[in-house]
Design a protein around this ligand. Structure first.
Ligand SMILES: C[S@@+](CC[C@H](N)C(=O)[O-])C[C@H]1O[C@@H](n2cnc3c(N)ncnc32)[C@H](O)[C@@H]1O
Ligand code: SF4
Length: 325
């Protein structure tokens, strides 16, 4: 029985752990080009600090952790951290969100460290389109990384595609066919107004696209275990699943089960709000486990009911790389 119950009776069992806010890409909707204001290394939680906080959270009911960033594969020793998290009593699901540019060399070590599920950002299958969106000509590395992930045993592999008007919305059908052929789950995502980058991106409402794809590909309503906030369609034989993450056109806050820990030890209680709790001072002061546990409960008690992306789109100045999506 979890003790991590928020004021709206939601059980918070899931932590998204940002292990760095840095990234080797500059996706147009995420980190601005020329951005320099990254967290300084002395402020990064080290592996001992992360492990300790997660142990305390696991004792209170945390069960699932996702490694994210920034780009998590840039954090030195990520596989060692993954192994330490996998070994924590109570944590039974460790997953990774990555842009996959460096996955070829790291996939196998991460699998052996206990990471089982992987989400890869991929917004375009066109070399030039990919380079225009991400600022780097690395589509080839990403596709190789995906093959390596499959060979290493990751299952499922999910592709995350942020759909942008006039940028890649014309590529959605191509991405569906690619994922059907490769046996990847595809999730289409509505851009969120996080930072100027998110707000300046041309939003696409995914509801009409969902109806069109359902008819075009003969899909039916589906369920994916651990599918998170996405609503799913699937092929009749169940081999292909297509998810829609629609924070704006149809929000899913009532079933939110997660909080986000930034690399500097700030726990963000909601992706779309500023509510937060600073854990670095407590960890550096070497407070007792009991004090840390009280702080976690105090933080969870502050979780807001919902985001206000629609009502207050200008509210969030932070970019997505701080909280890892
Ligand atoms: C911040 S990234 C971190 C992990 C990794 N670098 C990656 O790209 O998967 C996590 C997810 O957030 C998504 N994302 C970033 N900015 C976004 C925005 N403004 N709106 C919606 N999704 C966004 C990315 O597409 C990605 O799927
Ligand atoms: S979405 Fe991921 S890959 Fe793209 S800039 Fe943000 S952190 Fe980097």
């Amino acid at each position: 029985m979890t003790q991590l119950l928020d004021p709206y009776q939601r059980e918070i069992k899931y932590l998204r752990l940002s292990v760095t806010d840095r990234c080797d890409l500059r996706c147009s909707y995420c980190i601005p080009k020329g951005f320099k204001d990254f967290e300084r290394p002395p402020h990064w939680l080290d592996f001992d600090e992360i492990e300790r906080l997660l142990q305390v959270m696991a004792q209170l009911g945390l069960q699932r952790v996702r490694l994210t960033g920034g780009e998590p594969l840039l954090r030195k020793g990520l596989a060692e951290l993954a192994a330490r998290i996998s070994a924590i009593d109570g944590i039974d699901d460790l997953s990774l969100s990555t842009n996959a540019t460096q996955l070829t060399s790291q996939a196998s070590a991460l699998y052996h460290a206990g990471v089982r599920r992987i989400n890869v950002s991929l917004d375009s299958l066109d070399r030039q389109g990919f380079a225009d969106i991400t600022g780097r000509d690395t589509l080839h590395e990403v596709l190789d990384g995906l093959e390596q992930a499959r060979d290493s045993g990751f299952q499922p592999i999910k592709i995350n595609m942020v759909v942008m008007k006039g940028v890649n919305d014309m590529e959605v059908d191509k991405m569906v066919r690619f994922c059907m052929e490769k046996n990847f789950i595809l999730r289409l995502i509505e851009v969120m107004p996080m930072g100027d980058t998110g707000r300046q991106t041309q939003f696409v409402d995914l509801q009409p696209i969902s109806q069109r794809l359902q008819a075009e590909f003969g899909l039916v309503e589906g369920i994916v275990p651990g599918g998170g906030p996405a609503r799913y369609l699937q092929s009749v034989d169940g081999r292909f699943s297509l998810g829609f993450i629609t924070p704006l056109s149809q929000h899913f806050c009532a079933t939110c089960n997660r909080v986000r820990l930034a690399v500097d030890g700030t726990l963000y209680l909601c992706l779309g709000q500023e509510d937060k709790y600073e854990f670095r001072p407590l960890l550096r002061d070497k407070v007792s486990d009991a004090t840390l546990a009280d702080a976690v409960l105090e933080a969870i008690a502050q979780k807001p009911e919902r985001h206000e992306f629609r009502e207050q789109p200008a509210k969030l100045v932070r970019f997505m790389n701080m909280t890892g999506g």
